[in-house]
Write a protein that binds this ligand. Structure first.
Ligand SMILES: Cc1cc2nc3c(=O)[nH]c(=O)nc-3n(C[C@H](O)[C@H](O)[C@H](O)COP(=O)(O)O)c2cc1C
Length: 192
C-alpha cells in the first residue's frame, strides 16, 4: 500500500551503521527511478552511489543534520548512515530539475523503505567539498544527498492544525516527533 509506505517513510537520522547496504541494492533503487516522470523526459539526473566506509566518512563531513535540533551535531559514530546516493544534475539544466529531483528522491526513499531501510534527504550540504572530494566534473551539479541505512530511531507523526508549531522535536526518550497538518487542512477551500 502506497499510504503505508509513505507513512513509514520518515526522515531517519540515526541508523544501525553496521547493517550495510550493498551497491546492488542502491542500483535497484535507481532502477525504480528509471520509470519516473521527468520534465520533457530529458533524464538529466545522475546518481553517485556511496557505500564504501571511507567514502561514506568523507561525505558525512559535508552534511548538516536536523536544523531544528541545534544542540544535536548529527549521528554519532555507530549511528551514521551506511550508504548514500548523491543526486547530480547536468550542469546546463541544473536550475530546471528541482521537480525531477524531488520525484527521484521520493522514489528512492520509498524503494528503500520497502527493502527494510530508511533515510533522509539532505539539501543542507557543502556542495563545493562534495564536488572536490568525489571528483565530480564541471558538467554536473550536486543537488541533493540521500542518506540511507537501517533506522535506529522511532519517529512518530503528530497531527497539527494550521498555525501550530511545525518544528520537529525529540522527547526525553529520544523519540523523534514530526508535526504534520491534518489531511483536511491540505485541501484548498476546506482548510479553514
Ligand atoms: C528538499 C529537502 C531537503 C532536506 N534537507 C535536510 C537537511 O539538509 N538535513 C536534514 O537533517 N534534513 C533535511 N530534510 C528532511 C526534513 O527536515 C524532513 O523531511 C522534515 O523534517 C519532515 O520530516 P519527515 O521527512 O519525517 O516527514 C530535507 C527534506 C527535504 C524534502
Amino acid at each position: 500500500m502506497v499510504k503505508e509506505l509513505a507513512k513509514k517513510n520518515r526522515s531517519y537520522r540515526r541508523f544501525y551503521e553496521d547493517r550495510k547496504i550493498k551497491r546492488e541494492q542502491l542500483v535497484d533503487m535507481i532502477d525504480c527511478v528509471r520509470y519516473t516522470a521527468c520534465g520533457g523526459n530529458k533524464q538529466t539526473l545522475r546518481f553517485l552511489l556511496v557505500c564504501d566506509d571511507k567514502e561514506s566518512e568523507k561525505l558525512f563531513s559535508s552534511l548538516q543534520w536536523a536544523g531544528y535540533l541545534p544542540e544535536w551535531d548529527g549521528p554519532v559514530e555507530g549511528e551514521r548512515p551506511s550508504a548514500y546516493i548523491i543526486l547530480l544534475s547536468e550542469a546546463a539544466s541544473a536550475n530546471a530539475t528541482n521537480w525531477d529531483e524531488g520525484i527521484a528522491a521520493q522514489t528512492i526513499l520509498l524503494a528503500a523503505v520497502e527493502m527494510g531501510y530508511g533515510g533522509c534527504i539532505l539539501a543542507n550540504i557543502d556542495r563545493n567539498t562534495i564536488v572536490s572530494d568525489f571528483a565530480i566534473g564541471s558538467d554536473y551539479a550536486v543537488k541533493l544527498v540521500i542518506a540511507l541505512g537501517v533506522p535506529k530511531e522511532e519517529v512518530v507523526i503528530e497531527d497539527i492544525s494550521y498555525g501550530d508549531d511545525i518544528r520537529y522535536y525529540r522527547d526525553a526518550n529520544q523519540v523523534h516527533h514530526v508535526p504534520k497538518l491534518k489531511t483536511q487542512e491540505l485541501i484548498y477551500g476546506e482548510d479553514k
